[in-house]
Design a protein around this ligand. Structure first.
Ligand code: GBH
Length: 483
């Protein structure tokens, strides 16, 4: 049938492309994923939910925590919707025990959280604060006691302000400080039983929005040349951290990163368009996932930047492409492409394209099929996790105290169906984390956008599982059999 390419057919298609990457040695040696049953979702698949420190914790002055760039940014008038800050957020710092019970009742098997760097190193470097990891150790114990596997992101954007004062990601020292911090935390938490670590969340987002257009902390717009160079420094931070985590942690830990690659979807199933999508996956992500998984910048990327291209050494590219155990992919939306002279063409988004409560978040679940599938075909990771997927909705509570978020149910059901299709087609997706467990601080949108499957009343911190939480629980119970 048209559109259902076998792995071999697909490889042949890509083989005709001029710029198919030489896969890095380490990845090439990984075993291909085991075949999956006809049901698509393999046994042992992990169903989870994700959060991030600044978005849920609150308690920003407790335990000697230092300031992060998001404290500074959110307290700067005009930067965040309604002047919202993460000062209290979901008060997860104090309510995590109840929230773990909520996770358990939902049937979650895994929970992705992030560690706030300034809780551990208040000014970013030097001597760690002894009690800085207490909260995370208690959280991990609580998760384990309830049969939930912790997945720990070590950097989800809350850079210590003191490091920003020294240039932030424009200062190569920041990459070294990050690796020191990550090595230390992974050492401690791996001895507390954490087996899964991610070095960073979404390099693309925090580089481009933090330093490119300034809509995220630290709110700078440094221009193309400096942006390319600081992105390279971030990649170095990732690579050095992979090495530091391996050097300091207990044996058996798995190291990866979470990235939100542009997810190109072929406009048609003609071979040329499928090939165009593969080319686009590689080129549109050239400064991020491609560089990390191949250990080189594409020629097209370097040519496009001309004199603004980053300076780098072969040694640095080896560090950046340090072998990974898992690739975490955050997919929310798709980019439609078709074949065009020179490779591919990114199609514009029509003004009436359906979207969720966030205008950027178009309803285009195909990213969950083509995203993992193209990553698998291009770079053959042994393990992929969907580390984020979800949507905002204008959730309100009925007079009976229910939140009937049918739009989110529709979004999740369709995304999960597309993910199942990716697995059928050979993508090594081993787990899925809905974004998010709780409504939370949605960065520059503050609390105006709700992404949780659990509703949070910010007035009294009450949690109410939405209809989508019920849908998700039933889906977990059947391991996606009905997708
Ligand atoms: C993820 O970013 C983040 O990892 C997570 O923390 C976040 O809460 C979640 O998604 C939901 O947004 O308003 O037009 O300027 C997803 C990538 C990049 C999507 C920035 C929103 C802003 C678009 N995000 N983008 S716009």
């Amino acid at each position: 049938m048209k559109g259902f390419w076998t792995r071999r057919e697909f490889a042949r298609l890509l083989g005709s492309a001029a710029a198919v990457p030489a896969v890095s040695q380490a990845l090439a040696e990984e075993k291909p994923s085991e075949p999956h049953g006809p049901d698509g979702i393999p046994a042992g698949f992990l169903w989870g939910a994700a959060t991030a420190s600044y978005q849920v914790e609150g308690a920003v002055h407790e335990g000697g925590r230092g300031a992060s760039i998001w404290d500074t940014f959110s307290h700067t008038p005009g930067k965040v919707q309604n002047g919202d800050t993460g000062d209290v957020a979901d008060d997860f710092f104090h309510r995590y025990r109840d929230d773990v019970q909520l996770m358990k009742r939902m049937g979650l098997q895994a929970f992705r959280f992030s560690v706030a760097w300034p809780r551990v190193f208040p000014s970013g470097s030097g001597t760690p604060l002894v009690q800085g990891l207490d909260f995370y150790k208690k959280l991990v114990d609580e998760l384990h006691a309830n049969g939930i596997e912790p997945f720990c992101t070590l950097y989800h954007w809350d850079l210590p302000q003191a490091l920003q004062d020294n240039g932030g990601w424009e200062n190569p020292d920041t990459a070294r400080h990050l690796a020191d911090y990550e090595g230390y935390v992974a050492g401690e938490l791996s001895r507390a039983g954490v087996r899964h670590f991610f070095t960073m969340n979404e390099i693309r987002t925090f580089a481009e929005l933090g330093y490119g257009n300034g809509t995220h902390a630290p709110g700078l717009a440094v221009g193309r040349k400096r942006l390319a160079q600081l992105t390279h420094t971030i990649l170095m931070g990732h690579g050095l951290s992979v090495q530091a985590i391996r050097a300091h942690s207990a044996t058996g830990v798995r190291v990866g990163l979470c990235e939100n690659p542009v997810a190109p979807v072929p406009a048609t199933l003609e071979p040329e368009d499928v090939r165009a999508a593969a080319l686009a996956m590689r080129e549109e992500n050239a400064a991020y996932l491609t560089a990390i998984l191949e250990g080189r910048y594409t020629e097209k990327y370097l040519r496009r930047l001309e004199d603004d291209a980053p300076r780098f050494t072969a040694d640095e590219m080896r560090t950046i492409s340090s072998p990974l155990d898992a690739v975490g992919l955050n997919f929310y939306t798709s980019t439609y492409v078709r074949s065009a002279p020179g490779g591919y063409e990114v199609l514009p988004t029509p003004s009436d394209f359906p979207h969720t409560a966030s205008t950027w978040l178009t309803v285009s679940p195909e990213c969950m099929h083509w995203g993992p599938r193209l990553v698998q075909e291009l770079w053959q990771p042994k393990t992929i996790y969907i580390t984020e997927n979800g949507c905002s909705a204008a959730d309100t509570m009925t007079s009976r105290g229910e939140v009937l978020d049918t739009g989110r149910v529709m979004y999740l059901r369709n995304c999960l169906g597309q993910m199942r299709q990716a697995i059928r087609n050979g993508a090594a997706v081993k787990g899925y984390f809905v974004w998010s467990l709780l409504d939370n601080f949605e960065w520059a949108d503050g609390y105006s956008k709700r992404f949780g499957v659990v509703y949070v009343d910010y007035g009294n911190q009450t949690r109410t599982p939405k209809l989508s939480a019920q849908f998700y629980s039933s889906m977990i119970a059947s391991n996606g059999a009905d997708l």
